[in-house]
Design a protein around this ligand. Sequence first.
Ligand SMILES: Nc1ncnc2c1ncn2[C@@H]1O[C@H](COP(=O)(O)OP(=O)(O)OP(=O)(O)O)[C@@H](O)[C@H]1O
Ligand SMILES: CC(C)(CO)[C@@H](O)C(=O)[O-]
Ligand code: BAL
Length: 282
Amino acid sequence: MRTVHSLKELRTILRGYRQQGKTIGLVPTMGNLHEGHISLVRKASEAADIVVTSIFVNPMQFGAGEDLDTYPRTLADDQEKLEAAGNTLVFAPTVDEIYPEGLASQTQVVVPDVSDGHCGASRPGHFEGVATVVTMLFNMVQPDLAVFGEKDFQQLAVIRKMTRDLMMPVEVIGAPTVREDDGLAKSSRNGYLSDKERQIAPAVYQTLQATARKLSDGRADFEALEQEAEASLTQAGLRPDYFNIVNSLTLKPAKPDDNDITLLVAAFLGTTRLIDNLTVSR
Ligand SMILES: Nc1ncnc2c1ncn2[C@@H]1O[C@H](COP(=O)(O)OP(=O)(O)OP(=O)(O)O)[C@@H](O)[C@H]1O
Ligand SMILES: CC(C)(CO)[C@@H](O)C(=O)[O-]
Ligand code: BAL
């Protein structure tokens, strides 16, 4: 497995693979890899001959006061995990390589509608940063397919719409959320939690499951269910950012006759912001 830091090296190597007729799968990440990321690499390697994993903590998607500076950067560990998972190539560019002219004048990709609300409301500019860097990664790697986790449910919806609307020739594949034994969704940010916070964190998934059970029991008073869920997060010691019951495709408030409903949650434990979701088919 090779690691490259420059676009020039990346393009040279990928040209060689393409000349051999190999298909290319891309797994975009911000590094500090765990089993969630590795499941994406495995999925990409089942569907493509070559897997490129990018590791780039993208400043454009972080808001002021967020954790850009403290986000864990663990390239050597990440390389070991990727090698063991059968990854072909790591692309780990510097910020200057990706934004040589700085961020202020950077062309942006805006994906309307589906970026609104939920994390888009709490993190203004976040999905523009994600859509822009994913477009750039698609242009740099020119993959046949790219794999993203369902843990970041709204992000996946944004990327699917962007790819469709802009006719990008990339197949976007979603992969299920990998969880700890107690249900907590694996996330690099779990590493910020103190022991006490880590004990509280499974309440996020437990609240999703409890709400899903209420829906299965026939409840359709969604606003009341959202309030109950926020109250139970607060009771557990979290500070809910939002708990929204939405149509799985539009991400707009669910209606009682919707077939697929997704529960979206974001909540703070201390300064750590955790997100999770659960889809209920009816
Ligand atoms: N538990 C998980 N299961 C499946 N996919 C995941 C999981 N966690 C992250 N991913 C996916 O991995 C890709 C890279 O995500 P990222 O590097 O932000 O990881 P993360 O652990 O979610 O970090 P963060 O704590 O910053 O949200 C995204 O497509 C994301 O959805
Ligand atoms: C898709 C992504 C790698 C873009 O920076 C990031 O948002 C992430 O890790 O989910
Ligand atoms: N996992 C999404 C990337 C972010 O939180 O910035």
